[in-house]
Write a protein that binds this ligand. Sequence first.
Ligand SMILES: [Zn+2]
Length: 168
Amino acid sequence: MGLIIRSSAIHAAGCYTTTPIRKGEHVAEYTGRHLSKEAADLAYEDSPITYLFGLGKGEIVIDGHCAAMFINHSCAANCETSEEDGRVWIKAVKHIAAGEEITYDYCLYDGGDDAATCNCGARSCRGTMYSGEEIRRRKAAAKKARARAAKKPPLKRKSRKSAILIEA
Ligand SMILES: [Zn+2]
């Protein structure tokens, strides 16, 4: 299997295969330093681009340093990620022809205010790289915030009488 990195219509650079890949095949491993989520948040606080992959429930992240970090998100991806004994693999979910771009669904979460807009161009595009679960969570949180704002009574302006004190 040969993977190459070149420019992509989805986002800056992408990862392409030079040979056909069978469904179920391991395409690449997502490797890099393992960091705690807190350490990664601190290290990339001001960085708009990160290549972090959350392991398990997300307490540990892999700070990508590999070909797999260039694999773009697609809402109609040809690969998926699979955690096997603490290692993360990108696996083909369909037959991929030589020359095709490798993609998987990022299913993002914990993105703060970032809209994580998706440009994958798929007909089934969600418009964002967040997972369906995260989209529902965000919608519910926004609805709650709106309800809270609506319930809040308007601030009353208290008129304060000015008093002039004269010291005797
Ligand atoms: Zn999309």
